[in-house]
Design a binder for this molecule. Structure first.
Ligand code: SF4
Ligand code: SF4
Length: 382
């Protein structure tokens, strides 16, 4: 949430939110937002605001995720589901090119079609920060990905200031939430009280202002703005977890030979779930496939993970053959060497890797052990 005064904040009713979905569709966007499917909050294309998860909340814990019924009809009253916006910007699997035999040679077709213009509805602070991490790595890094760039450049972002942190959330200690930071076109704060179900709206860009002008709104009054700000500030104090307050890159650099990696490995299944659900893990690999005649070949890109044995294969074998070395690699990159590479943390505190780890491994707890083991605890709350 920014420091806008009440003069720059607007109030949208619940019906107005449905109209926002319609206006975005009328402007040519494919609206993607949260909805309920298979007992989870998933991100999917929406054709109406009626598909939002009204009245659904989430109970999450290490290795556990359940939907629960809320006592109100809040549409953003849930924490993160298993998916993130990464799946729309950097798909799990996509064809890069294909080649078909043509006489003595091959005709090559690249997959350079214009991507859909997405409007992302309901992007939380942690997830907007995660998109910022992907931008840094895939768009402004040493090896820009042109497909990512084409998808990313047209995205309209409707952020949501979080007032309902979950049990595995720790964005406040990572500085990425619960309010949304820069990068949104519009940002909403959902309120349900005696004045009804409504959304306070902040404008982040000119095109956000144009969309808002097409909606039925009224100016927010001072007390509504103050209450919304208080609700977001209170959410920071209700995070289920916190990352320990310490120089994490230094702790990890000093923990290379810690016995704790073997302890984690005794629990870790090296299943890679944590990297698949993580909104910032960006690694991919390529696979070539041919048909049986040898007349047609395709190259596909798919997500990869540092938990895969093949991931560290170089001539002669894998560099990281043990589970301990793979977990160490993941955590050390995420919270340590990511800073060296990209000047930022690779973790935004969304908590997905904790909820979706089948062994219930919690990176905040593992870091806590390493911090204490190395005598780095500064005594400050995380
Ligand atoms: S930490 Fe959990 S989710 Fe990640 S690889 Fe190990 S068991 Fe799988
Ligand atoms: S490491 Fe875990 S908590 Fe951090 S951004 Fe990735 S999934 Fe979220």
């Amino acid at each position: 949430m920014n420091d806008a005064t009440e003069a720059t904040m607007h109030v949208l009713t619940r019906d107005g939110l449905d109209r926002l979905v319609e206006v975005l569709i009328e402007r040519g966007y494919r609206v993607v937002g949260p909805t309920v499917r298979e007992n989870a909050i998933v991100l999917d294309e929406l054709t109406s605001g009626g598909q939002l998860p009204a009245g659904w909340g989430v109970e999450a814990a290490p290795g556990s995720y359940r939907l629960r019924r809320r006592t109100d009809a809040a549409v953003f009253g849930h924490s993160a589901g298993p998916q993130s916006w990464k799946g729309f910007l950097h798909p799990a699997r996509e064809k890069l090119w294909s080649a078909t035999r043509d006489g003595a040679g091959f005709t090559v077709e690249t997959e350079e079609t214009e991507p859909p213009r997405y409007a992302f509805l309901g992007v939380r602070g942690c997830d907007l920060a995660a998109i910022g991490v992907l931008d840094r790595v895939l768009d402004r890094g040493g090896h820009p990905d042109s497909r990512y760039h084409r998808r990313r450049k047209g995205i309209f972002v409707v952020g949501v200031n979080c007032t309902e942190p979950g049990e595995v959330c720790f964005c406040a200690s990572m500085g990425s939430g619960p309010g949304v930071g820069p990068g949104y076109d519009l940002a909403l704060t959902e309120r349900i009280d005696e004045r009804g179900h409504r959304f306070l709206v902040e404008v982040g860009t000119e095109r956000g202002a144009e969309v808002l002008a097409a909606l039925p709104t009224r100016p927010a009054d001072r007390s509504e703005v103050d209450e919304a700000r208080t609700a977001v500030a209170d959410a920071a104090g209700r995070m289920g977890r916190a990352m320990p307050s310490a120089d994490l890159p230094a702790v990890l650099a000093a923990s290379r030979e810690s016995d704790h990696w073997a302890d984690v490995a005794s629990r870790c299944l090296t299943c890679a779930n944590c990297t698949m659900v993580c909104p910032t893990c960006f690694c991919s690999t390529t696979e070539d496939v041919t048909d049986l005649t040898g007349d047609h070949a395709e190259r596909w890109q798919r997500w990869s993970s540092c938990f895969e044995l093949d991931y560290s294969y170089i001539h002669g074998g894998e560099v990281r053959s043990s589970g301990a070395s793979r977990y160490r690699q993941w955590l050390t990159h995420k919270l340590g060497t990511w800073h060296d590479q990209f000047d930022m943390s690779g973790c935004v505190g969304c908590g997905r890797c904790i909820a979706w780890c089948p062994a219930g491994i919690d990176l905040t707890a593992e870091m806590d052990v390493l911090v204490r083991e190395g005598g780095h605890d500064d005594g400050a709350p995380g």
